[in-house]
Design a protein around this ligand. Structure first.
Ligand code: NAD
Length: 308
């Protein structure tokens, strides 16, 4: 159902990383249906990132895009290297002349309980999620800045936002993307580059063994795409926001900061026991608020001190 308020991407060029399957494929097809030219990046490795790559996942999705009568270009580079990131953005510029939209979606999993989590499992997951988003966003940001327009999506996870047993590497990697978003939204603001984050919940290759089979219909990746399309659109008014999306349920998640309590007079350092005595007031979340940037928090802290 579209209508007068239909969100369109005519004339826009989008890159979707890890778009050979799962959520990325659905985003790529939806962007293409709505007029975007889409670079379908997928390295084509195994679920844990192993393997030497495979062109067929990206090629298949490009064929699906072409079957819709839209334009797509494949890319098989690995997001985990700076050269890969540069080559992905170059594919978009060479094929379609610009980059307007980047969805950082490529992902792998190497779940293990913490003591079994070897450095290689830790590094591989951070390389794809954390370094991957940096490697592709940096050259894309350059191209967007030159045109004065851009929409960047980060993909986090409820595992990072809230925790999930056996996923210390993945949780850490996924939360790093919020830090990247928080600062990139500030650096992109004057160039009309907006950066937002989705935490999807969907049945895919990544979640195949943790979900019951009947969950697959209920948790189709298609349910995540509407919100992501909005965040990629010219109409999107927000930057620096995080949304959970899955099964038709959408909600915003945020870091909230309580007003807190000034212990002492700000001149002499309070004893630990004095701070402990005020823990209820320090922890109370009534009147908690969101901050746009570090300086705003500092200002409120100084004002609280002054008021004492
Ligand atoms: P998926 O495995 O179906 O898709 C991920 C794709 O990324 C694969 O096609 C894979 O080949 C590709 N990829 C992996 N490493 C790559 C690399 N180095 N370079 C380029 N491509 C690479 O999984 P999905 O569920 O569709 O996941 C998409 C994103 O959503 C991931 O970032 C994932 O962490 C995140 N996520 C998914 C869920 C969920 O419930 N499915 C929940 C939270 C977050």
């Amino acid at each position: 159902m579209a209508g007068a308020n239909e969100i369109r991407f005519d004339g826009r060029v989008a890159i979707v990383t890890g778009a050979g399957g799962g959520l990325g494929r659905v985003y790529a097809l939806e962007l293409a249906k709505r007029g975007a030219k889409v670079v379908v990046n997928d390295f084509g490795g195994a679920r844990d990132g192993s393997g030497s790559g495979d062109a067929s996942p990206a090629d298949k999705v490009v064929a699906e895009i072409k079957a819709l009568g839209s334009k797509g270009a494949p890319n098989y580079d690995n997001v985990a290297t700076p050269e890969g990131g540069a080559a992905i953005v170059k594919t978009a510029v060479d094929a379609f002349g610009q980059v307007d939209i980047l969805i950082n979606n490529a992902g792998i999993l190497r779940d293990k309980s913490f003591l079994k989590m070897e450095p290689s499992d830790w590094d591989a997951v951070l390389a794809v999620h954390t370094n991957g988003a940096y490697n592709v966003s940096r050259p894309a940001f350059q191209a967007m800045r030159e045109k004065g327009y851009g929409r960047i999506i980060m993909t986090t996870s409820a595992a990072g936002l809230y925790g999930n047993f056996g996923q210390t590497n993945y949780s850490s990697a996924k939360m790093s993307l919020l830090g990247l978003m928080n600062t990139l939204k500030l650096e992109g603001a004057k160039y009309n580059i907006k950066v937002n984050t989705v935490a999807p919940i969907a049945a895919s290759r990544l979640t195949a063994d943790v979900l019951p089979p009947d969950a697959f219909e209920k948790m189709k990746p298609e349910f995540v795409a509407p919100l992501v399309m909005y965040l990629c659109s010219e109409e999107c008014p927000v930057s620096g926001k995080v949304y959970n999306a899955g099964m038709g349920v959408y909600n915003r998640a945020a870091v909230m900061t309580a007003p807190g309590f000034v212990v002492g007079d700000g001149k002499s350092v309070p004893a630990t026991e004095q701070v402990v005595a005020k823990l209820d007031q320090i922890a109370a979340m009534k009147d908690a608020k969101e901050y746009e940037q570090l300086n705003d928090l500092m200002m409120d802290m100084l004002v609280a001190l002054q008021a004492k």
